[in-house]
Design a protein around this ligand. Structure first.
Ligand code: ZN
Length: 141
């Protein structure tokens, strides 16, 4: 829940930033006299360029927000650290498919990001650790 609330907060902040930027840009570049852009797209280049740049900025900010969210701990929201390569490209059947593992430094979980994708984009796999530190503290027999 905290994870998704943080993501919603980021999206809200991005929305407010984009709204402020759009409002500011509209003060600098006044609205075109006609509501619609000409079919030839050269009727009002200032507004077309402004809309194009604004859409690029919005897409970039959204992509960055989603990318950042994917590499955060689902429990404490800290950035996942210590990337480790697992698997082997040459021995996929013996060792496993190559993937990158990121871990929360507080032991909440591990994110497995596959590097080999057979059938399109595969989702990342988040493994929640129950109590990793307890497991490590238990003496071996
Ligand atoms: Zn964590």
């Amino acid at each position: 829940m905290k994870y998704w609330a943080y993501f919603a907060g980021k999206l809200t902040a991005i929305g407010l930033l984009l709204a402020a930027l759009w409002f500011g840009a509209r003060l600098v570049v006044p609205r075109a006299e006609h509501a619609f852009v000409d079919e030839r797209l050269n009727y009002d280049m200032k507004n077309v360029t402004l809309a194009y740049g604004f859409c690029l900025l919005a897409a970039g900010l959204l992509y960055t927000a989603v990318w950042d969210q994917r590499y955060r701990c689902r429990t404490c929201l800290r950035r996942l650290r210590m990337p480790v390569e697992r698997g082997d490209w040459g021995r996929t059947l013996l060792v496993g498919r190559p993937h990158m593992e990121y871990i929360c430094t507080y032991g909440h979980g591990t994110l497995k990001v596959p590097e080999l994708q057979f059938a399109g984009k595969e989702p990342n796999d988040w493994d929640q650790h129950q109590d990793m530190w307890k497991e490590l503290e238990t003496p071996r027999r």
